[in-house]
Design a protein around this ligand. Sequence first.
Ligand code: MG
Length: 386
Amino acid sequence: MNRPEHNVFLQTGTSAKITRVETIPLLLPFHVPFKIANGAARPSVEILLVRLHTDEDIVGIGETQAWRRQGSSETLASLTRVIEDHFAPRLVGQSPFALPSILRNLEETIYHSLYAQAAVADALYDLQGKMLGVPVYKLLGGKCRDALATCAVLSIKPSVDETLEGAVEFFEQGYRSFTVKIGVDPVNDVRNVSALRERLGDEVVIRVDANAGMEFDGAFALLKKLEPYGLDAAEQLLPIWDVDGMAELARRVDVPLMADECVSTDHDLIQVIKKRAATVVQTKVAKNGGLWNSRKLWFIANAAGMRIFPGNHPGTSIATASVVHLAAAWPGPLLEGPFPVGISTLAGDVVTEPIRLEGNLVRVPDGPGWGFTLDEDKIRRLRADR
Ligand SMILES: [Mg+2]
């Protein structure tokens, strides 16, 4: 029976129970292979969708990615096994409105299984929103902004000209913040940053990101050379285990540092804060265990005077929407982060009307839950197990 969304809650109350946990492994190709400092260029990203079915026929959707790099060794198979073998028995029969106790239970079941927890946690938010007929940002207290600005991510290219060409294209679309991937060839890194500054002028924000691919000496030497170019932040130059090295680097260079790969949990963030190893933090809903945990990190970072850079691994409209709703309900300042990186780089999506960038802006969706409906045809074509 079709009922208007706003009546669903009145009709069903909150008595719905989760009946089934469905995992959907996907392989989404990039338009152009994605190159960061660690490893070879990546032709595609592995994504796992989770659908939580209920006895009220309302379905919640969550997303995570098996994006292997320092701090994540997940595979589609490992995520699927954790969710199906260990989480599903603890979810079936539960109310979607038991989110806090469910998440605590999942953490106790498989310690630090944040990538797997992310998809379940976010599917619970989507379910709650759909059951109440409200967007997720309303579950978080309400909307503070209608749209979010994002930055351009410039992946490692063979030549300065190609880097510049990509940047100018973004600039013409309205982008004024740029993250340049570095860490493979320091001579090329300095050329790229100096060319970008010269071409785009002093008004644009330039950040660099080495994806934990450098050692202390190389990172120190490179940042000293980059100091004259007015970087807004240098992101995760050192390996995730070297938070002391980051703190030393922070004291010795005139570039603010950003922590990304080294911050999975709230405890990690507190270590970064105590050591003064970074003044900017990047969150990602998959890395940090979903919207619930990401929001916790934002509160902690904000209380410590850090700036917040909303990121994401490359993902679909679902993982992007998670950040959009989180940010929509955030009252404080946010940097223009690369949270929709998957929207601009992936050659496919899984929803009927994917998130579209209007210049460098993403509008906050107003439909129930995330505000998106899965497209079954697209999913069939993108399945990793077809
Ligand atoms: Mg990063």
